[in-house]
Design a binder for this molecule. Structure first.
Ligand SMILES: [Zn+2]
Length: 121
């Protein structure tokens, strides 16, 4: 795993109110990951969505309602989606990477969906 500044992957607040379509995490350095639920679901890192390759691709069309959020140790969150899919473990490092990508993507709406290296999770 590449070294990353711990401050950049330490969450201080998670916001995912019922009915919201955007998931937000504020990190200790002040950066806010604002990730559309649809994007978050499409980049679900689990083997069921991604197979076992070293890359994570955007898989469109999944249910994008967040039903439940569970902490996994101090390093990740497990999201349960409205269709019951719950095998994706999202590390805070991955939330950070997705948040940075989401911000870039809003500036570049015509760009094809990026492939995420597995090392980001
Ligand atoms: Zn999945």
């Amino acid at each position: 795993m590449r070294d990353v500044d711990p401050v950049k992957v330490t969450p201080v607040e998670v916001r995912a109110p019922v009915g919201a379509t955007v998931f937000e995490i504020t990190f200790a350095d002040g950066f806010v990951s604002r990730i559309d639920n649809e994007l978050l679901r499409g980049y679900c890192p689990c083997a069921g969505c991604q197979g076992h390759s070293g890359e994570i691709r955007f898989v469109p069309g999944g249910n994008s309602v967040i039903g439940h959020i569970e902490e996994v140790g101090s390093y990740a969150l497990q999201l349960t989606w409205g269709d019951g899919h719950a095998s994706g473990i999202y590390t805070f490092r991955y939330f950070r990477a997705l948040g940075e990508y989401a911000a870039w993507s809003r500036e570049n709406p015509d760009a094809p969906r990026q492939v995420m290296p597995r090392a980001m999770t």
